[in-house]
Design a protein around this ligand. Structure first.
Ligand code: ZN
Length: 316
């Protein structure tokens, strides 16, 4: 099983035709405000399904068989996880899905709706390849009350939390607040950790959490290189919206070979913990049919969006 341990299906079409932000963002928070938070507010049912289809089909073609997704669509919260789940199930992609609850648009009421969407999905989902988690965007966009509610929900439902942690210095306090509000439940997935201290990395390991290194995204956003993650072996790889090419992600690691191998092997271990043992590969005829379907879908989606946008050029 090849796992992408942190990504965003909703951004699947961002590389085709996103308008360049004006003025250009000068730091991480401005990149969020001027690019990603504008995109996620614009998502509707159709654009989300198209983005997820493209991303998941391409991921299959690139060899990824399991995805841990982190989703936000503030103007379409309820039911959004079902859209992602249907796409992944249909394409044969194992997926752990969550809605990243946040207070950045509508305060605590918005966060409650985000957590409720996670809960609704976890309790209602019956798709064999798909599972649910509780999500928070990041500690710096939610109150302590929301963090506590997320931790309580994880314990009530017996599921893990998925959250961005210390991606940028703006969230330096994130790990401390998650710990203080009892949200670091065992098995939780902490994306980035660039600005954690080595003590916090070891504390995450003791709590049974997993840290996700996303070196290409970190470089593109100028937030730094997460060398502090060397303090723990419970570190896996994610692409954070970049195409789900796990070889390219591993190649972006600035690490000695044994550690690169360890990250890849640890990703396999996490995939097994979430999804169970790998299923046998499909029969040849079935695999060929599936590949053709994926290829057709990618061609359909590519039609009319052939040029790479200025945003894409700047982002890479
Ligand atoms: Zn992310």
């Amino acid at each position: 099983m090849t796992l992408n341990a942190h990504t965003h299906l909703y951004s699947g079409l961002a590389r085709f035709g996103m308008p360049a932000p004006d003025p250009q963002p000068r730091n991480f928070v401005e990149i969020l405000e001027r690019v990603w938070w504008r995109l996620d507010r614009a998502l509707d049912e159709q654009s989300l399904a198209a983005a997820a289809s493209f991303y998941a089909a391409e991921a299959r073609a690139l060899g990824t068989t399991a995805i841990i997704d982190h989703h936000e669509s503030p103007n379409m919260i309820e039911g959004s996880l079902d859209i992602l789940a249907d796409v992944c199930q249909e394409l044969g992609m194992r997926a752990l899905l969550c809605y990243g609850a946040t207070e950045r648009n509508g305060g605590i009421a918005e966060a409650r709706r985000g957590l409720a969407e996670c809960r609704r999905f976890i309790l209602s989902n019956r798709r064999p390849l798909i599972q649910g988690a509780i999500g928070l965007h990041a500690a710096f966009t939610v109150s302590d009350e929301t963090i506590r509610a997320a931790g309580d929900l994880c314990r009530d439902l017996g599921v893990r939390l998925h959250v961005h942690v210390a991606e940028d210095a703006v969230d330096r306090d994130g790990f401390r607040r998650l710990a203080a509000n009892h949200a670091l439940v065992e098995g939780s997935i902490l994306a980035h950790g660039v600005h954690l201290s080595s003590d916090e990395v070891r504390a995450a390991e003791r709590a049974g959490c997993w840290l996700v290194h996303n070196p290409r995204s970190n470089r593109a956003n100028g937030v730094g290189y997460a060398s502090v993650l060397r303090a723990s072996p419970r570190v896996v790889l994610g692409t954070d919206g970049f195409p789900s090419d796990m070889h390219a992600e591993a190649a972006a690691l600035d690490e000695v070979q044994p550690l690169v191998r360890q990250r890849i092997e640890t990703s396999v271990a996490l995939a097994k913990e979430i999804f169970g043992p790998a299923l046998p590969p499909p029969a040849i005829a079935e695999a060929e049919r599936e590949a053709q379907l994926l290829w057709k879908r990618m061609q359909d989606l590519r039609e009319g969006v052939s040029d790479v946008s200025p945003m894409e050029k700047q982002h890479r």
